[in-house]
Design a protein around this ligand. Structure first.
Ligand SMILES: [Zn+2]
Length: 236
């Protein structure tokens, strides 16, 4: 999931007035739980859990996944990404997880029910690396890239029973997440390797538009999807 960029959220606060009080509230909100700071090879992670019953094994796996995956994503996609990230595990948050600025919010309830799904970290930290800002491209594209990246760089997708779903005719690329992620894997393997990395860079530079697909692959997005639907088998 992807939240509005932090600068946009901040401007909303400005519009709402009493900025300092709300900013302080947000800060307190984030540091209410027990905070640990972990540093490794130039990267840091502040880990806040508001769930006193968070399984320490799950906590450690989230931390390990960050230090294993995030530096690779930064080096591969966007070397200007922040090296300081905040994880907050919140009992009041009911979705799965979301990224906003350099903060990733995890649902304590979701992590309790899905303790093996630690590659949520891979998807969400990719959103930090993406850092597209406001209105760079469609949401399905941002989310499809994040799930394609989870597929390629996740450390234990099999262990969390996470996989890309097979193609079926009811799908469309706008379905987002794993359905779009599998289409992107197909583009990488069957059409042109390196397309998704270039697409990510175009989105970050705000140069993405409908013509970008043809520029990068020789085909329009709809032509690519039609080819995919006709033969969705992914070359190995
Ligand atoms: Zn997402």
């Amino acid at each position: 999931m992807m939240r509005l960029p932090i600068i946009y959220a901040f401007s909303l606060l400005l519009m709402a007035g009493s900025v300092s009080a709300k900013a302080v509230h947000l800060y307190n909100d984030d540091t209410n739980g027990k905070a640990d700071t972990i540093k490794k090879n130039g990267y840091s992670l502040i880990f806040v859990s508001k769930d006193p019953n968070l399984d320490p094994v799950v906590k450690q796996k989230l931390i390990d996944t960050y230090f294993k995956v995030y530096p690779t994503l930064v080096k591969t996609f966007n070397k200007k990404s922040t090296k300081d990230v905040l994880f907050v595990v919140d009992t009041a948050y009911k979705a799965v997880a979301e990224a906003s600025g350099n903060r990733i919010l995890f649902s304590a309830g979701y992590m309790k029910a899905h303790p093996y799904d630690t590659d949520v970290v891979t998807h969400e930290t990719m959103h930090i690396v993406q850092g597209y800002g406001y209105s760079a491209g469609p949401v399905w594209l941002t989310e499809g890239i994040a799930d394609y990246v989870r597929y390629q760089y996740g450390i234990d997708n099999a262990g969390s029973k996470w996989s890309l779903p097979d193609y079926n005719p009811k799908q469309n690329y706008t379905n987002s997440y794993r359905i779009t992620g599998r289409f992107f894997l197909w583009i990488e393997k069957n059409v042109k390797a390196g397309t998704i990395k270039k697409m990510d860079a175009e989105l970050r530079a705000h140069t993405y538009n409908d013509a970008t697909w043809k520029e990068l692959t020789g085909k329009t997005l709809d032509e690519l999807w039609a080819d995919y639907a006709a033969n969705p088998l992914i070359k190995t």
